[in-house]
Design a protein around this ligand. Structure first.
Ligand code: COA
Length: 281
């Protein structure tokens, strides 16, 4: 879909880049010529992923162990990253989530999710933004949110609160930092199966299948479809897009929202019966 040098000369940091969708984005960005820095809590995982992706793509990749909930660690790590050269883009991909009745949550459970999703993404964004502004460099922040950032969703309430905040940050800073040539956009993915998310969110196999096919296109997303959208939003080809959220969910959230979409359950006979009867003669 893209020319091979689309992201040439771009240095992109991906939080949660050691596994799942973050790892897949890293691979795609490297294939398109970017240099990548992956961050995550587990050094062994990062090291293995970096070795694997470097071997597969021949591209440049480094890793930094980092818990984005810790603002001092974020500051320290970004200073180290910048010592090796400035970043061009940040992908706020790391998240924390689990399915729970909200009345079962302790305040620590609420914090565990909100501190990763909202505070972690904000710490990363601010540390990059301050540097880009001080150096008068253009910057690009892409945050992975979700459609329930605006619809809300039961049973993942801390995640919904956090993602709504990340979307508000995206839209707010797109305006505030636009004059400084810093763009901020978001992607709202639907069902993209990964081990990490599915084990936490879909405790039964039958739930997973229903979840994946519960959209008008009737299938789950392919991680490469998400990675290609991210590559586009990080490339200069999307240079006039900022403050936007792009949904990639096979139409799932709209199908739940449209008041009469239930009519897809009607049979051909039902539709025939709904048509006005022709008058005799
Ligand atoms: N239901 C209810 N409460 C839960 C829970 C669940 N499924 N999982 C964790 N909690 C609670 C814990 O009981 C604890 O509260 P307590 O001290 O009052 O008992 C609190 O959350 C913190 O748990 P802890 O395991 O110490 O948090 P952590 O910081 O190590 O882990 C999580 C953070 C909980 C988000 C963990 O799932 C994680 O690290 N996930 C990372 C990957 C991820 O979630 N990716 C997103 C995929 S969609």
């Amino acid at each position: 879909m893209f020319v091979s040098g689309l992201l040439k000369d771009k240095r992109i940091l991906i939080t949660g880049g050691g596994t799942g969708l973050g790892k897949n984005m890293a691979r795609r960005f490297m294939e398109l010529g970017a240099g990548v820095v992956i961050c995550g809590r587990r050094e062994e995982v990062l090291k293995e992923t970096a070795g694997e992706l470097a071997g597969e793509t021949g591209g440049g990749i480094s890793w930094k162990p980092l818990d984005i909930r810790d603002p001092e660690a974020v500051e320290r790590t970004l200073a180290e990253v910048w010592d090796d050269g400035p970043l061009d883009a940040l992908v706020n991909n790391a998240a924390g989530n689990f399915l729970s009745r909200t009345e079962d949550l302790s305040h620590r459970a609420l914090d565990a999710v909100v501190n990763i999703v909202l505070h972690g993404s904000a710490y990363m964004t601010l540390e990059c933004g301050k540097r880009w502004i001080a150096e008068r460099r253009p910057g690009n922040v892409l945050s992975i949110v979700t459609t329930y950032a605006w619809t809300g969703s039961g049973y993942v309430v801390p995640s919904a609160m956090g993602k709504a905040g990340v979307l508000a940050m995206t839209r707010s800073l797109a305006v505030e930092w636009g004059p400084k040539n810093i763009r901020l956009n978001a992607i709202a993915p639907g069902a993209f199966p990964t081990e990490g998310a599915w084990s936490r969110l879909l405790p039964r196999e039958d739930l997973a299948e229903a979840f994946e096919t519960r959209n008008p296109l009737g299938r789950a997303g392919d991680p490469d479809e998400l990675a290609n959208l991210a590559a586009y939003l990080l490339s200069d080809q999307s240079g006039f897009i900022t403050g936007e959220v792009v949904t990639i969910d096979g139409g799932a959230w709209l199908s739940g929202a449209g008041q009469f979409n239930f009519a897809s359950m009607l049979s051909d006979e039902d539709w025939q019966n709904l048509r006005p009867k022709k008058k005799d003669g």
